[in-house]
Design a protein around this ligand. Sequence first.
Ligand code: SF4
Length: 169
Amino acid sequence: MKPLTATHVKYYHLCRRKLWLFDRDVWMEHTSEAVAAGELLHRTAYPQRAERYREISLGGSKIDFYDPQRKVVHELKKSNKMEASNVAQVKYYLWLLEEHGVDGPTAILEYPKLRQTQTVALSDEDRARIPDELAALRALLADGTACPPVLHKPFCQQCAYYEFCYVAE
Ligand code: SF4
């Protein structure tokens, strides 16, 4: 099993099958239009951003836009349809920052196409929950069982693994 990353945490909240495939290095992201659109958004949404923010690596995860002076993580997303998994991802970043001695970091989820932002902070409940969740995630991935079943959710059509999951159906 690879070191856990924010992507593991995000997929844990989104789809256990996607998490399982990702952890086993089944990659289809390069064929996904949704992923390509996300990468384009990161490159073009805020051209001035590279000067203002830092890219940092923490515990195997990479935070693309971190403001070290204000201790704010900025995370760009195309859409707020997956809000719960987006929030789980940035809360994991905040937890990692606290684990590395940063006091009181916060995050802003940014949806440039919707012109919306969402501020995210860690609660004491999150601080208690996240280590338990990481232990459950590790146990799930260490379990030798087969790939979890297809979710059959509307958002499957936007998933990079859509063809993989639905090719036999
Ligand atoms: S297509 Fe659906 S079931 Fe398959 S990995 Fe993606 S979200 Fe999960």
